[in-house]
Design a protein around this ligand. Structure first.
Ligand code: C5P
Length: 246
């Protein structure tokens, strides 16, 4: 591995995407959203009419999958299945609800972990997910484990849904958050847990800018990395667009 790799793991709704993108932008690194890869495999299986309760069928569907991601220094990650761009299509509630079937399948995890390691082979990356610091990049230069209380994460998610005019009660959202925590933490391979050498950041009381700044400071002091000044309007646009649409 030549350049730096920064891993950011944590439960859904901890603010990982926005924060990872902000940090990548400030440090001039590429940004990898590994959740989007699990989403894309899920969408592929749904489109193929695979029985999602049949792990063997899911594993079999990998043979016909041409998954490609495009990482850019100053933009969101783009996702393609064959020539079809699915960057937006992977954010539906239906995909979100079905991901756990796919993320539990060992063959899927091996396939995506392999892809992620190839992407990270030259470093120069901020990567975000559940198992990046523990399993995928155990030798990463800096590891962050980000969390917030379930109540705070559910409140953020509820506000996002309301902003988008989607109908859901806070109680439903809280139940959803707790269910995803349970599934993500209980996964045998690639389950969510803090790497022993990860820095813990509680985002409950902090804004995405504040958390991103803590990561940037760590990168500067521990890795001697340089930062770049980013145009304010570009930052605001990025934050609006990087709110996950699941
Ligand atoms: O990050 P995001 O919420 O988009 O991830 C969606 C789901 O993909 C997670 O709830 C988890 O089940 C799965 N995932 C995973 N390993 C990763 C990233 C995501 O199992 N590295």
């Amino acid at each position: 591995m030549s350049g730096n790799i920064i891993t950011i793991d944590g439960p859904s709704g901890a603010g990982k995407s926005t924060i990872a993108r902000l940090a990548a932008l400030r440090l001039g690194l590429r940004y990898l959203d590994t959740g989007a890869m699990y989403r894309a495999v899920t969408l592929h299986c749904m489109r193929r009419g695979i029985h999602l309760d049949q792990p063997k069928e899911i594993a079999g569907a990998l043979a016909g999958l041409e998954l490609r991601v495009e990482l850019v220094h100053e933009g969101p990650m783009r996702v393609f299945i064959g020539t079809d761009e699915v960057t937006g299509n992977i954010r539906t509630q239906e995909v979100t609800r079905n991901i756990h079937y796919v993320a539990d399948v060992t063959e899927v995890r091996n396939y995506l972990v392999d892809m992620q390691r190839k992407i990270g082979a030259n470093g120069d990356l901020v990567t975000e997910g559940r198992d990046q610091g523990t399993l995928v990049f155990p030798g990463a230069s800096l590891k962050v484990y980000m969390f917030a209380t379930p109540a705070v994460r559910a409140r953020r998610r509820f506000n996002e849904l309301k902003e988008r005019g989607q109908d859901a009660s806070y109680e439903e959202v809280l139940e959803d958050v707790s269910k995803r925590d349970y599934l993500d933490m209980g996964r045998e391979l690639g389950g969510l847990k803090k790497a022993l050498d990860a820095v813990e950041l509680d985002t409950s009381e902090l804004s995405p800018d504040q958390v991103a700044e803590s990561i940037v400071k760590l990168a500067k002091s521990r890795l001697k990395m340089q930062t770049r000044k980013i145009d304010k309007s570009a930052l605001e646009a990025m934050k609006r667009e990087s709110k996950k649409q699941d």
